[in-house]
Every structure is written in structure tokens, then in C-alpha cells.
Write a protein that binds this ligand. Structure first.
Ligand SMILES: Nc1ncnc2c1ncn2[C@@H]1O[C@H](COP(=O)(O)OP(=O)(O)O)[C@@H](O)[C@H]1O
Ligand SMILES: [Mg+2]
Length: 495
């Protein structure tokens, strides 16, 4: 029988190789924030030295559950938890590596201070010490020996929590303190952008989840929703599909959105959507969320190329952490590949996902469809008004084709309807847990087809067969139901 020889890795070479795993500063910080969220933190404060005269440090402070000394020592171990371990749904961890590899990819000293059940624990990995001792020498500190006493005081004030501190930066491309301070400041800006996007669903109220606060040197992050869901020009929601996976209870949830045409977006909207240096075009495609944390976005997994016509399409894909293995989640949690059966399902639905973008693009160029404001929203002093837009082309078209008496009746009815809008009741429901019923995908599409017919019917030289042809081209022959056909002939007759 062969002998088993214990051959542990050389600590310094091993850690040095792990530093080169390819984290950027913002993705490394995101891994530390993941841990705080998994620890149940509701407030995460990112701190750095605020003047060039201080010693340079970077810290992530949370009010999560904290760790006692045994837990901290285990947390500091490389590969502290196997990827095979099952994880709770709120756990954003994966390999038991993030805390160490993300931190040491940016700096030479990682210190963790934690406060739990009135006890303080602190430990450091220091690359210089590991190099000198050629051993996995973890430094453990007494409370008095902790350098960052002010951070410790804050943890104590919160009742429990953890501070992850990075020092001795050697990978930021600067050595002198002054320069390093400036580089760190720049990195903080990129980090702000990255975290606002990656954690946008944690930063806002979502279903039963209360929002958490993440701030950088006292400035809270503003969530960056890549679908502009809560904006008044919001994207069109185009439906949710659930993909069950054989033998597993959880589902993959796929929700598709179409952004409003670019000419309708303000600079503010564009800023919200744009992720450092990438435009709308590159950011089309799938947005993969693992337990609500965005891990990867942009592109169509090679199922189709990035194209101008589909640049308004964004598809939210929610995967539970149970599927990590199936999706080949990488260590940095920055890429994932869907399993074959999901790829096949997604492929089948690609046309459905991008169709609306194509339509909106045509509309943006004025060729076919211009989405209209049916309500006018106005503010005057402290008051606001919501009025039916009597100038909308749809309404005008209806009035044009109605006799005078009926037009008067209709106008009166619409004015009454406007006045009777139960705004108090709606506001009261929003203040509770009730939310408005969402139109089904079918209803939304049907409404859009009818709008389209009304507008097409007012085009010069457009006959019944032209409208039928256009509807077929835009929405597919299966959408040309008897009801749609009779709607078309009604409006052509009225022309
Ligand atoms: N901020 C924190 N609060 C409480 N526990 C933490 C914190 N950060 C890390 N830990 C503990 O350290 C362990 C190791 O973290 P990490 O190296 O990032 O691996 P993973 O997150 O994949 O488990 C976590 O599983 C958790 O138990
Ligand atoms: Mg982690």
C-alpha cells in the first residue's frame, strides 16, 4: 500500500497565488459586504482614512451577528467552509474563501475585529509575518492590543458586529502615502457605483425584505435598478417564467423587461442605467441574481449576439444558492453559466424577450409606435394634479370617429372618471402591505396591440391588409386572433 505523505502548501507562495485570482477593488469589497449581509447586518459602513496625514486603511463595519473568538478563527481559515456544505437562503458565501482572498488581493494585512455577546475578538493575516515565519501564523489580539479602538467602540455601541480592515496596500498602483490616498479615493468612487448596482435589491424595500443601508464615509448608497422599475418612465414588464429543475424544489425565476426608448430617458435615467464605461448596448441581456445579489450582467450567454435592435431588453434571472454547482458559480462570484436545460429554455424564449425592444426601437425612430402618456402629471406649489391626457393620439382618434353627441358624452364621462380617481384609497393601500395587482403578460400585450391598431389605422394609405401584415410582423401570426381582426376592421371602417 502506498504511504500517505502530508504535504501542506507553502503558505507564502500559496497566499501569493491566491492574491492573483482576479478581483478588482470593487468586486473584492462586494465579497466583504456579502459576508455582512449574510450575518444579518442592517447597516454597513465603509470607512477609510479621511486625511493624508492618517495611516491609510479601508474598513467595512457592520452591525451583524458578530463572531466569538472560535468562530473568528474558523472564519480566518482558508477554505473555512466547503462548497459542498448546504447554506441558508440568506447566505451569500460559497467557498469559505472570500474574506481572505478578496482582502489579500488588495492589501498585505487583513484584520478582523468582532463583537458578540459582550466579548471582543480580533485576528490578523499579515503577509510579511507569513513570509518571515514560512508558516500559517495567524495573529490573535487581546482587546487592549487592537489598533483601531474607535472602530471597536462603534461595534460595541451597536451591540454586535464585525469590522474587516485592510492595510498595507501594495496592489493599488501607488506606494507613497499621498498618492495612495488619492488612488483609494478614486477606487471608492468605482466601489460606490458597483455596490449600488450589485446590491440594489437589498438597498430598497422588496416584498418581505426590509432595506438595508450601505454608506461610504457617511454617504449612503442610492440603489441603481438596471430595469428602472421604480421610475415613472419605468420599463415595460413583460412577464415572469418559472423553470423548475428536476429533483430540486426551488425554481429559477426569469422576468423580462424592456427599457423605455432612449429618447424618453433623462440624463439622470441614463446615468442610473450606465455602469462605468459600458453603454446601453453592452448592458443588454441577462442579469443573474443569486439570492437577490447581482453577480453577472450583460450579454445573452452566447445564445444570440449583442445587437442594436435588442439593446432595450434586460432579463432578470433569479437563482437560489442551491443551484451554485449547476450554474458553475466562480470564486469571485462574478460569473455563472446556466445548465444545459435552462439554456435550452432561455433560447426558446429569446424572441419573446427581445421583441418589445425591436418594437420600441422602431417607435423611437417614429416609424411605427410612439408610447403615449395617457395621464398628465403636474405639480403646482404644494399641490399635484393627475389629469387624463385629452391630447393623446389614441383618444383623439376615437373622438374623430365618434359623432358629436357621443363625443360629448364620452368627454363628460372621462372628466367624471378623472375626478373620481380614488387617490386617498390608493395611497392608504400603499401605506399597508397591499400592492397593486399586476396585469398579466397577455393583457399588457393585448392592450399594446390594440393601441398599435388604432395608431396604424390613422396612417395615410394604410389599408386593412397593411395593418394585418404589420401586426403579424411585429407580434407574430398567433396574436392575430378573431378579436384582433374585428378590432382592425372596426377602425379601418371608422377611418
Ligand atoms: N462580517 C461578518 N460577520 C459575521 N461572520 C462573518 C463575517 N465575515 C465572515 N464571517 C464568517 O466567516 C466565514 C468565512 O467567510 P468567507 O471567507 O467570506 O467565506 P464564505 O462567505 O464563502 O463562507 C463565513 O462563513 C462567516 O461564518
Ligand atoms: Mg464570503
Amino acid at each position: 500500500m502506498p504511504k500517505a505523505l502530508s504535504l501542506p502548501p507553502n503558505p507564502f507562495s500559496m497566499l501569493n497565488s491566491m492574491r492573483a485570482i482576479g478581483y478588482s477593488f470593487p468586486t473584492a469589497v462586494a465579497d466583504i459586504v456579502d459576508n455582512s449581509i449574510a450575518a444579518g447586518a442592517t447597516r454597513i459602513d465603509i470607512r477609510t482614512s479621511v486625511s493624508k496625514h492618517e495611516e491609510i486603511y479601508f474598513a467595512v463595519l457592520d452591525n451583524g451577528c458578530g463572531m466569538c473568538e472560535d468562530e473568528l478563527i474558523l472564519a480566518m481559515q482558508i477554505g473555512s467552509r466547503s462548497p459542498e456544505c448546504s447554506r441558508s437562503r440568506k447566505d451569500l458565501g460559497r467557498f469559505g474563501l472570500g474574506l481572505k482572498t478578496a482582502s489579500l488581493s488588495q492589501c498585505r494585512t487583513l484584520t478582523v475585529i468582532s463583537f458578540k455577546e459582550s466579548s471582543v475578538s480580533a485576528a490578523s493575516w499579515n503577509l510579511n509575518l507569513i513570509e518571515n515565519t514560512s508558516d500559517w501564523s495567524l495573529e490573535i489580539f487581546d482587546e487592549k492590543e487592537i489598533k483601531h479602538q474607535t472602530l471597536l467602540e462603534e461595534l460595541k455601541k451597536n451591540g454586535s458586529g464585525t469590522a474587516v480592515i485592510w492595510e498595507d496596500f501594495d496592489r493599488l498602483g501607488a506606494v507613497e502615502k499621498d498618492k495612495l490616498f488619492d488612488v483609494l479615493k478614486e477606487k471608492l468612487q468605482d466601489t460606490r457605483e458597483h455596490l449600488s448596482l450589485v446590491f440594489h435589491r437589498f438597498l430598497s424595500q422588496e416584498d418581505k425584505f426590509s432595506p438595508i443601508t450601505i454608506s461610504i464615509n457617511g454617504n449612503p448608497l442610492i440603489p441603481k435598478d438596471p430595469f428602472l422599475k421604480s421610475d415613472d418612465i419605468g420599463s415595460v414588464f413583460t412577464g415572469t417564467i418559472l423553470f423548475p429543475i428536476k429533483g430540486i424544489k426551488e425554481c429559477v425565476r426569469v422576468t423580462s423587461y424592456t427599457l423605455p426608448p432612449q429618447d424618453k430617458m433623462t440624463a439622470q435615467h441614463q446615468k442610473k442605467l450606465g455602469v462605468a464605461g459600458r453603454g446601453l448596448q453592452e448592458d443588454q441581456g441577462f442579469y443573474i441574481y443569486r439570492e437577490r445579489r447581482l453577480i453577472f450582467w450583460g450579454g445573452w450567454f452566447g445564445l444570440k449576439p449583442i445587437e442594436q435592435s435588442s439593446k432595450l431588453s434586460r432579463v432578470q434571472v433569479d437563482i437560489p444558492n442551491l443551484f451554485d454547482k449547476l450554474w458553475q458559480l466562480d470564486v469571485k462570484k462574478s460569473s455563472a453559466i446556466p445548465p444545459k436545460e435552462i439554456r435550452q429554455e432561455l433560447k426558446k424564449r429569446l424572441e419573446e424577450f427581445i421583441k418589445r425592444s425591436k418594437i420600441a426601437q422602431t417607435s423611437a425612430s417614429g416609424t411605427v409606435f410612439k408610447k403615449e402618456e395617457l395621464w398628465l402629471k403636474q405639480k403646482k406649489g404644494n399641490e399635484f394634479f393627475v389629469r387624463i391626457n385629452f391630447e393623446s393620439a389614441l383618444l383623439k382618434k376615437i373622438f374623430e370617429n365618434t359623432d358629436l353627441d357621443n363625443a360629448k358624452r364620452l368627454k363628460h364621462y372621462l372628466k367624471r372618471l378623472q375626478k373620481a380617481l380614488p387617490i386617498d384609497w390608493i395611497t392608504a393601500q400603499y401605506a399597508t402591505d397591499y400592492c397593486p395587482e399586476k396585469d398579466s403578460e397577455k393583457d399588457v400585450l393585448e392592450m399594446e396591440i390594440f393601441d398599435q391598431i388604432i395608431l396604424l389605422s390613422s396612417r395615410k394609405g394604410y389599408r386593412e391588409e397593411d395593418i394585418i401584415g404589420k401586426i403579424k410582423e411585429l407580434y407574430g401570426a398567433d396574436k392575430l386572433t378573431e378579436e384582433v381582426k374585428s378590432f382592425i376592421s372596426l377602425f379601418v371602417k371608422a377611418k
